[in-house]
Design a binder for this molecule. Structure first.
Ligand SMILES: Nc1ncnc2c1ncn2[C@@H]1O[C@H](COP(=O)(O)OP(=O)(O)O)[C@@H](O)[C@H]1O
Ligand SMILES: [Mg+2]
Ligand SMILES: [Zn+2]
Length: 450
């Protein structure tokens, strides 16, 4: 009989130790170790197998890549064109963000038999949601079950093309001694599902809740096992939801899908720029429009800044949707290279609409928004501002300049500030006035009104 032992497993990276540790030696996180029971596997004596077959590499492949469309365009794009048969996808997100809604809507649109395994909600609750979302229930079978053995045999028997496991934290493999939701259970259950997906050729979406600090429980552990990791995110007070891919064996990880969550479910947002700019009415200082490339799409966004004198020696810097360290760097550049005294000012920065941007191309817009509010001068509301800002105060070139210009023109902007060094890569004829700038001070002269 296998012996059971207590081990401590890091919930962030899966590192195992016999003794409890405060800090994980591999991922440097604190207080991440949880006690789990692990079976001691007997060491097997290696025997060499002699009849292994190898194959000559060639261009010929019999297997055509089969992608099952969810028929939700935003979802399919993030997946890289649809679900690959035999693949396992992890869908993570905060509780209540809309994961169950998304997978149910996808389930109803797929042209194939679907098995929806629910360990969290009853059949009644799922039916209620299906009714509210007005989805077609015909091709969906529901299995309210948490025992993995039953789930696997249901997949064997029903032979669905698409399986939803909602959520992995509720599923348990009965031959393990650990409770559902522990790292061992999550890892082992997912591996079993992975094996079955490969042999049956079905796609499995595994829903996973995110822990308080924004990580999927056992994230690194699962990331290695599954083919694709998707993250569903959004702000509590906004109805926008963004689907991002963090890992994808079968597609790019840059694409995002944008949805609007309302009573009848998730609606695809096909023209994100219009939505993100829609709430702009009266002109205020500290507001600047920029354009970010998300995946393959340009999205116009409003950067908002508020600068207030700090009463104490320690000024605050608060951001939503933008890296706070990046803001600190940009403030230092503004101070040193453009003469703005910001070290005794609180600076609050917000990317309107609840979207998160980590693209350097919006640096100049961030600087302009801060400068506009600090100086109490309006930024030109008909202008779009683009450029990365270097430590020397120089405006550096950015990628995809033409796409951004076209988007700005399409939405009726009259003027676009771009890095001088990017001017040469503009080949198309444009109606919009294009102004090159090479340093932050001259750029601000073009953007801020007197
Ligand atoms: N009756 C309802 N009317 C409108 N929106 C609802 C209703 N019930 C739930 N929702 C929305 O659905 C969200 C929950 O979505 P759900 O797919 O269950 O999230 P998750 O599976 O990620 O926990 C809620 O936060 C709420 O915004
Ligand atoms: Mg749910
Ligand atoms: Zn660790």
């Amino acid at each position: 009989m296998a012996k059971l032992r207590t081990k401590y497993i890091c919930s962030e990276c899966g590192y195992e130790t016999i003794k409890w540790l405060g800090k994980c030696p591999t991922c440097d996180n604190w207080n991440t170790f949880t006690e789990e029971l692990v079976e001691d596997k007997k060491r097997e004596v290696k025997k060499y197998i002699t009849n292994t077959e190898t194959f000559k590499l060639s261009y010929n492949s019999n297997e055509k890549e089969v992608r099952l469309k969810t028929n939700i365009e935003e979802f399919d794009r993030v997946l890289g064109g649809g679900l690959i048969s035999g693949s396992v996808i992890l869908l993570g997100g905060d509780p209540g963000i809309g994961k169950s809604t998304l997978v149910l809507q996808a389930a109803s649109k797929i042209n194939a038999p679907v098995l929806y395994v629910t360990g969290e909600e009853s059949l009644n609750q799922i039916s209620g949601r299906a009714k509210r979302l007005k989805v077609n229930p015909d091709s969906i079978s529901v299995l309210p079950e948490t025992n993995l053995d039953y789930i696997l045999s249901a997949i064997e028997k029903e032979d669905p093309k698409f399986v939803i496991i909602d959520s992995i934290q509720t599923i348990y493999k009965p031959d393990l001694q650990n409770a559902a939701g522990t790292i061992t259970q999550i890892r082992e259950s997912t591996s079993e599902l992975m094996k079955l997906a490969k042999t049956k050729g079905c796609s499995i979406i595994v829903v996973g809740h995110v822990t308080k600090d924004g990580m999927i429980a056992g994230p690194k552990v699962l990331e290695h096992i599954v083919d694709t990791v998707l993250q569903f995110e959004g702000e509590k007070n906004h109805s926008y939801r963004i689907l991002r891919s963090q890992k994808n064996r079968f597609g790019s990880t840059n694409e995002i899908g944008i949805f609007d969550m309302n009573e009848s479910g998730l609606e695809e947002v096909k023209n994100p720029s219009e939505i993100f700019l829609s709430s702009r009415e009266t002109e205020v200082t500290g507001s600047v429009i920029t354009c970010s490339i998300e995946g393959s799409r340009p999205i116009l966004l409003e950067v908002q800044a508020l600068v207030t004198p700090s009463a104490y020696g320690n000024p605050q810097r608060v951001t939503t949707g933008f890296d706070i360290r990046r803001l600190s760097i940009l403030l230092a550049v503004l101070e040193k290279r453009a003469g703005f005294r910001l070290s005794n000012q609180n600076v609050f920065l917000n990317i309107a609409g609840g979207i998160k941007i980590d693209e350097p191309a919006i640096d100049l817009a961030v600087c302009a928004a801060v400068a506009s509010n600090f100086k109490d001068k309006f930024a030109d509301s008909k202008a779009v501002v683009l450029g990365e800002v270097g430590l020397g105060g120089e405006v550096r070139s950015i990628s995809n300049i033409e796409k951004r210009i076209q988007e700005a023109e399409k939405l009726g902007f009259e003027k676009i500030i771009v890095p001088t060094s990017s001017l040469k890569s503009i080949k198309s004829k444009n109606k919009i006035k294009i102004i090159g700038s090479s340093d932050i001070s001259s750029a601000l002269n073009h953007i801020l009104k007197n």
